[in-house]
Design a protein around this ligand. Structure first.
Ligand code: BDR
Ligand code: CA
Length: 306
């Protein structure tokens, strides 16, 4: 089977770790490159976390470091959700830097996209700083990008600000550049992320499923994106789920803008379902997810991570 070439731009991040596991072990995806971006914690930490995961998974995918700060704003992190290291809860072996490229994320993405015979799909599951820089510095890459399937935004309310989801809240200017880029975009935001739950019985199964399940279960004990008792939010896995099983989502084609100036709403995604703004559609937005299908898919995918 021809595998779909993708680049994952990430800030691991406990839910990022789950998404990375599923993507890296998938027989349908060819992860060509992992790029890191400041987000859940600082750039050095998220890059170290990506390398720790790759060593644990025994996967040799190159990693390139991207932006250490948002385009304009001060950095805001999510260490309250993921812990000070960004991936608390498991004692990983020390990774080497063998997989770490000297090239920065923007140049590495440019090279991989240009060299690929097939169009490449970008899967950003952190703030959109690197992707915005790529599209501004090398606009010619748009021709060889299949689509951007991102985790971020919300049709309704936020999880970092009243109206803003974390990944967009951290770098709204970057998000606007990406939404305005003309590249086909799929937005898997909080509308599905908050419903993409790992329930207590799923966590229990993971603990004894395999090594990857055991490691993720250990991280889950320290994850504050929900709770072990009420369900853990697997935001970032929604982007991977969309790639592999789009049928579990209800979507709508619409216009998405990003609020940059609102004194209380900066970073909100303005999803114009009713067409008030009279702007052409620029995104496919995931409105709903089949929760049962997601849970089964997640467990089944993680059971194959060995
Ligand atoms: C997003 O914010 C981060 O904390 C998660 O990793 C996810 O990408 C959810 O709002
Ligand atoms: Ca993330």
């Amino acid at each position: 089977m021809l595998k779909r070439p993708i680049i994952i731009d990430t800030d691991p991040g406990i839910d990022d770790a789950v998404a990375l596991a599923i993507a890296l072990y998938s027989e349908e995806l060819d992860v060509k490159l992992i790029t890191t971006v400041v987000g859940n914690v600082g750039l050095d930490k998220v890059t170290y976390n990506a390398l720790r995961l790759l060593k644990y998974f025994k996967k040799e995918v190159p990693v390139a470091m991207g932006a250490a700060a948002p385009l304009i704003r001060e950095t805001e992190d999510a260490s309250d959700v993921h812990g000070v290291s960004g991936m608390e809860g498991f004692d990983f072996e020390e990774p080497t830097n063998d997989l770490l490229l000297e090239e920065n994320a923007v140049n590495a993405m440019y090279r991989v996209i240009k060299e690929s015979k097939e169009k490449v799909t970008l899967v950003p599951i952190g703030p959109l700083t690197n992707i915005a820089l790529l599209l501004k510095v090398y606009p010619e890459v748009k021709e060889n990008i299949e689509e951007i399937v991102l985790m971020g935004g919300s049709v309704t309310r936020g999880n970092k600000g009243v109206m803003s989801e974390f990944n967009i809240h951290v770098d709204p200017e970057a998000a606007q550049i990406v939404f305005d880029s003309g590249v086909p975009i799929v937005m898997a935001g909080l509308d599905v992320g908050l419903k993409a739950l790992v329930l207590p019985e799923d966590s229990a199964k993971l603990e004894t499923m395999n090594d990857v399940g055991f490691m993720l279960h250990s991280l889950f004990k320290r994850y504050r994106g929900g709770s072990m008792k009420t369900g853990l939010k697997m935001y970032d896995s929604c982007a991977i789920a969309y790639l592999l099983k789009p049928d579990m989502f209800e979507t709508v084609d619409t216009y998405v803008g990003v609020e940059l100036n609102g004194s209380m709403t900066a970073g909100a995604t303005i999803v114009d379902l009713k067409g008030y703004l009279k702007k052409p559609n620029n995104a496919k937005v995931c409105l709903d997810i089949d929760q049962q299908m997601f849970r089964e898919w997640l467990l089944d995918s993680l059971s194959k991570c060995n």
